[in-house]
Design a protein around this ligand. Structure first.
Ligand SMILES: C[S@@+](CC[C@H](N)C(=O)[O-])C[C@H]1O[C@@H](n2cnc3c(N)ncnc32)[C@H](O)[C@@H]1O
Length: 306
C-alpha cells in the first residue's frame, strides 16, 4: 500500500530525531496502541501526530504509549481487580464499590481497575499533590471513556447514564496536610484503597540516572519528602523511604477510611514489604496481611484487610 504524504512526513520527522529504523518501529507501535489499546491500558495521546511531536521533544516512548503503569504496577492492579470482583459478589446490597487511590499520578491504578470492573460497579477518586497530575489523571479518564461523577458535572444531560457507568474524579490535595481528609473532601469508608506512593530513599534518589531525574518530578519519587517531618515517624524508620506508609496507616486508623470488608493495597520498593506490613499491623491494626510478588519475584505490594 502506498504511504500517504502525511504518514511519510511523520516518518521523516521522527527519523531525524531517532533514526529511520527506530522511527519505523515506534510509529507502528503508536498506531497499534491507538487502534487496539491492550486491556486496561490507554494511550496518553489522541493522535499519532501528537505522539510524534512529543517523542521528537524527547519524551520517552513508554510515557506516550501507555499511562505508565510500570509492568509491576499493572500486574498487581489486575490481580487486585480480581479481588475487587470477589468483594462485589460478596456485597449484600447491590451498590457500586468505592475506590480511593492516594498519590494517583496519571490515575493509572484506579483507571485500570475501572476499565476491568463491570460497568456501573465502581466509582474511584484519585488524589495527588501535583496540579499537573490531577489534570492528567482526569484527561486520561476521559481518554479511557470514563466519566466524572454526576455531582461534579453541572450539566444535567450527563446525569442520565451515571448509574450504568464507572466514574473517576481526581482531586488536588496534600496527603501530609493535617486536615487532609476534609480538604480532599473524602467520603469514607472505601472498599478499596490503593497507593503507589513515592518510596525511594533520598540516598538512592541521588544515585538515579539523570534521564529519570529529568523526567520525573522529585515529589513523585522520594519517600521522605524534604520539609515534611512526620512527628510520628519512628527514628528507626527515618530515611528509609517509609514516610508515606506511616501517613497512610495513620489516616486509615484515625478516619476509618477502609470499609469493614475492604482491601488496602500499597506498592512498595525493594526490601520495604516487611517494614510496611509491620507499619500496617502496628499502626492501623490491619489483619490478614499478604505480600504479593511481581512477575520478577520481587516483593512488590502489601495487601491488607481489617
Ligand atoms: C510514584 S508516583 C505514583 C503515580 C501512580 N500512582 C503510578 O503508580 O504510576 C507518586 C505520586 O505521588 C504524588 N505525591 C507526592 N507527594 C504527595 C502528597 N504529599 N500528597 C499527594 N500526592 C503526592 C506525586 O505527585 C506522584 O504523582
Amino acid at each position: 500500500m502506498m504511504q500517504s504524504r502525511a504518514a511519510s512526513s511523520l516518518l521523516a520527522q521522527l527519523s531525524r530525531a531517532i533514526g529511520h529504523e527506530s522511527a519505523q518501529n515506534e510509529l507502528r507501535w503508536m498506531r497499534q496502541t491507538l487502534d487496539t489499546p491492550p486491556a486496561g491500558i490507554c494511550p496518553t495521546a489522541r493522535s499519532v501526530e501528537e505522539m510524534v511531536s512529543r517523542r521528537i521533544r524527547g519524551e520517552p516512548l513508554q510515557y506516550i504509549l501507555v499511562l505508565i503503569p510500570r509492568p509491576e504496577t499493572e500486574d498487581w492492579a489486575l490481580r487486585l481487580a480480581d479481588l475487587a470482583r470477589d468483594t462485589l459478589r460478596s456485597l449484600t446490597t447491590n451498590r457500586p464499590l468505592s475506590i480511593l487511590d492516594l498519590c494517583t499520578g496519571t490515575g493509572c491504578i484506579p483507571l485500570l481497575l475501572l476499565r476491568t470492573l463491570p460497568a456501573g460497579s465502581a466509582h474511584a477518586t484519585g488524589i495527588d499533590i501535583s496540579e499537573d497530575a490531577v489534570s492528567l489523571a482526569q484527561e486520561n479518564a476521559d481518554l479511557c471513556g470514563i466519566s466524572v461523577p454526576a455531582d461534579n458535572i453541572p450539566h444535567p444531560n450527563k446525569r442520565s447514564r451515571q448509574s450504568e457507568e464507572n466514574t473517576f474524579k481526581s482531586v488536588l490535595a496534600d496527603l501530609m496536610h493535617p486536615d487532609f481528609v476534609r480538604k480532599a473532601r473524602l467520603a469514607p469508608p472505601y472498599d478499596v484503597i490503593t497507593s503507589n506512593p513515592p518510596y525511594i530513599p533520598q540516598v538512592e534518589y541521588d544515585r538515579l540516572p539523570a534521564s529519570v531525574k529529568g523526567y520525573e518530578d522529585v515529589r513523585a519519587l522520594v519517600g521522605d519528602p524534604a520539609g515534611v517531618a512526620l512527628p510520628t515517624l519512628p527514628a528507626a524508620d527515618r530515611d528509609k523511604g517509609l514516610t508515606f506508609y506511616h501517613r497512610i496507616a495513620e489516616l486509615v486508623r484515625d478516619h476509618d477510611l477502609l470499609a469493614a470488608e475492604g482491601t488496602l493495597a500499597l506498592e512498595v520498593g525493594d526490601g520495604q514489604a516487611q517494614d510496611v506490613a509491620a507499619i500496617l499491623e502496628g499502626k492501623a491494626a490491619m489483619r490478614r496481611i499478604d505480600v504479593w510478588r511481581d512477575p520478577w519475584e520481587k516483593e512488590r505490594v502489601v495487601v491488607a484487610h481489617r
